[in-house]
Structure formats: structure tokens, C-alpha cells
Design a protein around this ligand. Sequence first.
Ligand code: FES
Length: 143
Amino acid sequence: MAYSEKVMDHFSNPRNVGEIPDASGVGEVGNPKCGDIMRMYLKIENNIITDVKFKTFGCGAAIATSSMATEMIKGKSVDEALKVTNKAVMEALDGLPPVKVHCSVLAEQAIKAALADYYRKIGVDPEPIIGPIGDCEACSCSL
Ligand code: FES
């Protein structure tokens, strides 16, 4: 199994690891395929994600994809962050071995869960905007 240099870089030096104590939204998701868990913290001001941190109890591919995903949504609007798919994250990492594709879904779902928490906190129903979270039918994981 070969990992790209970018995957190795983000695995060895993950960006944005940690917690945000006064986060605007926190999302935790588990991967039913392997039991790994990820928690994502977002700080949102004027609809812009000004800070993002994550913690994962997961494999190297999950760490690398989360690290890249946090870099991709930092400074973006909430709407732009919602459009970040696991496929886009994988492309930014120059791909993942096929058996690790499901790991990248964890990051996408954690972002969505954190945004859903944010919407709930500001009194907006997240379901019509974000759709189901952590639902195998809804995610784009092909495994
Ligand atoms: Fe669980 Fe990768 S093996 S997220």
C-alpha cells in the first residue's frame, strides 16, 4: 500500500490538531467500518470559519484527511465548507489507496456534524441544509 508524499506529510505533521474551548460548533462522528472516532471544532464569525481544530482516535489516513480538510475550510464561508467532499480532500492529498477511501469520509462527516451543531446553536434546523450525517446511504464512500 503506497501513500502519497502529501498524505505522509499531513500524517506526520497534522495541521490544526487540538480543541477550541469556545467553539461555535462541535461535531463528533464515528466510522462504522472501523470504529474510529473524530471530533471537529469550528469557530465561526460572520459566516466565516475563522478557526478549526480536530482530534481523532483514528488511523493515519483519517489523520491526514482531517488535517487537509481543516486547511481547506479555514477562512472559508460556511456554504463553501459544506461543499468540501471527501473526494476533494483526497484529490488535494494526491489520492488514497482504495482500501483507505472510507477513512476520508470521517473528515467530511465531522465537518458536517460540526456545522449542524452550529446551525442548531443559532436556531436554524440543519437537516434541510446539510442532510443526514453519518448515514452510509448519504455519504460518497464507495466501500
Ligand atoms: Fe478507521 Fe481509517 S481505518 S478511519
